[in-house]
Design a protein around this ligand. Sequence first.
Ligand code: SF4
Length: 348
Amino acid sequence: MADEIREAKLNVIGNLDSYVKMTMESIESTGGKAYLAKTVADAQEILKKIVGTGKKIVMAKSNVAHEIDTINTLESSGNSVSETDLGAYLIQLSRDESSHIVFPSLHMTREEIGRMLHKELGLQISETSTTEEIVAAVRQLLRKKYMEADIGISGANAISADTGSVVLVENEGNIRIDTVLPPVHIIITGIDKIVPTLNDAMKEAMVQSAYAGLYPPTYLNVTSGPSSTADIELRRVSPATGPKEVHVILLDNGRMEASLDESMKEALLCIKCGRCYFSCPVYRVLGKDWGKQPYGGPTGAMWTAIVNRDYATAEYCTHSGGCREVCPMKINIPKVLEYIKWENIHTH
Ligand code: SF4
């Protein structure tokens, strides 16, 4: 499956312009609203217009949402935003930075988390609490937030050009609730997440889950526009019980330019499984201090160059090559980083 996804993504990267157009048309044909944001500032403006002010928002973990600084953008325009992925929620509460693309709170110990939850929220949790007790306490808090939310925000593991469907894979159940319970669902994702078909999107989610070490996934979610029903006289009407509105913001922010660069385009194949982090000696020493959030670790050194135009982060790479060996997309990460280093020396 990973080999098939590599081929499918290479095809998209080679024709990104037309795939973006096709994806946007497909989203609109499902009753969703599609937006293309060239820059972070564009994405923030679109997001602020959709959300307005005074809203309660729940957010599923999304790297692209962090790339556009969603929480600060929406809170500064009078809204409240709560992460709902456990790791991302712990990072938000502790005002810390994520240390891994799949497991953001990897650097925090159970004892630290117990102390922090007691200090920040006054929960009956302490440094001696078990993991089960911590998870149960947070579960109660989050379930209350879902019931009050006006808007749910998520990212996407993959989005299909043929149907405009967004596929998300998860285990906690927070994505499923975030994307179905509130009346409005906003998806913030990169144009690199486009694959040709819904079948490809499902496969990509399965591969991501397997290489993240969480196979089989507990939930696989598909969103193709707002909720609908055809139960009365076979006429499909919208909305039904789920969201009334679905908005999809597709972010470029350097991705289109990277797709036209023979060396950099390989980075766009990344499905953000996070496997390469564990094979990297530099990440094992530096952790979240390597790279700019949300993109750290070996893949983050490539992605920081694409989205932040930060070419110096790649200088830390020692070219051990372990990342390349484990990558499901067979990305030659050390070679891409060598190219970024060359760029850093010669052009910056
Ligand atoms: S570079 Fe490869 S191993 Fe690393 S996160 Fe991306 S797909 Fe996974």
